[in-house]
Design a protein around this ligand. Sequence first.
Ligand SMILES: Nc1ncnc2c1ncn2[C@@H]1O[C@H](COP(=O)(O)OP(=O)(O)OP(=O)(O)O)[C@@H](O)[C@H]1O
Ligand SMILES: [Mg+2]
Length: 590
Amino acid sequence: MLKTKNKPSKETTKYLLKRLVRNYVKKHFSKLFLAFLCMVIVASATAINAWMMQPVLDDIFLNKNLEMLMILPVAILLIAIFKGMAAYFQSILMNFIGFRIVADVQSEMLNSLLKSDLSFFDSTNSGTLVSRFLADVGSLTRGVHTVLTNIVKDILTVIFLVSVMFYHDWKLAIFAFVVFPISIFPIVRIGKRIRKISTQTQESFGDLSSKLSQLFMGIKTVKSFNMENYEKKNIGNTIEGIFFLTYKANKISSIARPLMETLGGFAVAGIIWVGGSQVIAGETTPGTFFSFITALIMAYQPVKSLAGLNATLQNAMAAAQRVFFIIDNKTNISDIGNDDIGILHSQKIKNIYLKDINFKYPSSKRLILKNISIMFEHAKKTAIVGPSGAGKTSLLNLLPRFYDLQRGEILINDTNIKTFSLKDLRNFFSLVSQDVVLFDNTIKYNIQYGSPNKKLGEIISASKKAGCHGFISKLPNGYETEIGENGVMLSGGQRQRLSIARAFLKNAPFLLLDEATSSLDTESESKIQIALDKLMIGKTVLIIAHRLSTVKNSDQIIVMNNGLVVDKGSHSKLIKTSILYKTLYKNQLR
Ligand SMILES: Nc1ncnc2c1ncn2[C@@H]1O[C@H](COP(=O)(O)OP(=O)(O)OP(=O)(O)O)[C@@H](O)[C@H]1O
Ligand SMILES: [Mg+2]
């Protein structure tokens, strides 16, 4: 879905360039101006160096002029110093601008991604997103950098050097203009092929990095299914592919230098023959001729890089297109935008009503929830039961607006939830989910996540209620213990209780619990049960329940199947009237 064409159209290129300049380059105008000034100095110094060959040869070596022997070396030294300083400042200025652009683009992408809907992430692989951040932003910036530097420095250098050539000998200059492109042309062709390969290489690198991260995340699964050999082959193929591509690129570029030198040899030989006969005939001095040929040789490098400029630009524009695609990604979950927290909190009784809801995921056509109406009364507990795939988690996702519905509305005290800011709304719910997500940081950081202003005392009291203070205080570093990626250093039950402590600390009035089906041992299960029971006190609760005790204690039980509410009521009623509930009760809940 994020794959865009490799070559943007002319119109697109124009638009992308304009946007890049307007948003990222323009604000560095003063630095850019200084850098350009330095480039002018560098370019003129290069041309003056070429020009100096004439007096050096004619005055010092041929005419043995002692005065010139004093002046010229000093002049050359001064030029070298100026050129060096200018090159240094140009380089640090342009690097500053380049790295600034990287950081600006990356922050903008990050902002946009953080705002993106969950459905965007459902359909985009995380490896791809990482490679947008690293590879694409890199080649975008390289492009901008090269273009800005080359256009000014190389064009000026070429203009100045060509002027030197024409100034010395316009006939020979015209001759050189005919011979010279012949030796440039193959280099440009080779450059194009190499760039094509390097695009493929970059894609393979993205592929490799996403395969590797999946491998390391799933290493336990890989080992338990004895898939090491398979993965060795699978990922090995990608590694081999990268080897092949990089080797091929280098093979092609190895041709470039000898070819360039051979063809350049032809061009120089031709010019020496023509120029040499002029010198012998006395039409020009040796100094003039050497100055001419120095200018010609010096012009080679900038001409070559200017010839490749368009390709570099195209590459950068392709990257820009993919990067802007992410920056421009529109959210469908509309937010009224203000950041007020508290409108919802200030209301006393909070009944939530799902009114005649239809829902489907943006990525599919099928309705997942059909004609659902449920009332969640203030401080009451509602359990949802139903077979796997019935739509229980999907229903829960609608309340904090992780997804928006197609028909119907969700009302809190008769007000549509869309009229509250997302921040306010999400602050109103605490979600404790099937899959606990913990960050690679300390225990304290993880409990405090989402409630950054809470003090250590409050964190400890939340942990006590969640039943995790005991094991935390036994750890060598207590609350400062690092728990590893997704809490690998903790047991399943400990992870679950940390997430309950997090919910205690957030203390939202409405609890959304997606109970884990994965069976924990009875001891940690009962610990979690005790923690959850405490957490539910005084709160409005929607719980996707697999445990009999939870279900029995609920004020209302909703039985779902195939996206429909098939039965509703108390345990004692449903056990008599609902066939599905009876079956679930027998097979699953018990
Ligand atoms: N992000 C998604 N995008 C598209 N379809 C989805 C997505 N998440 C779930 N579904 C589909 O929605 C249907 C209901 O899934 P849901 O997760 O709500 O089931 P559930 O009742 O919670 O099941 P379980 O008890 O196994 O957790 C399933 O058919 C599933 O394939
Ligand atoms: Mg579920």
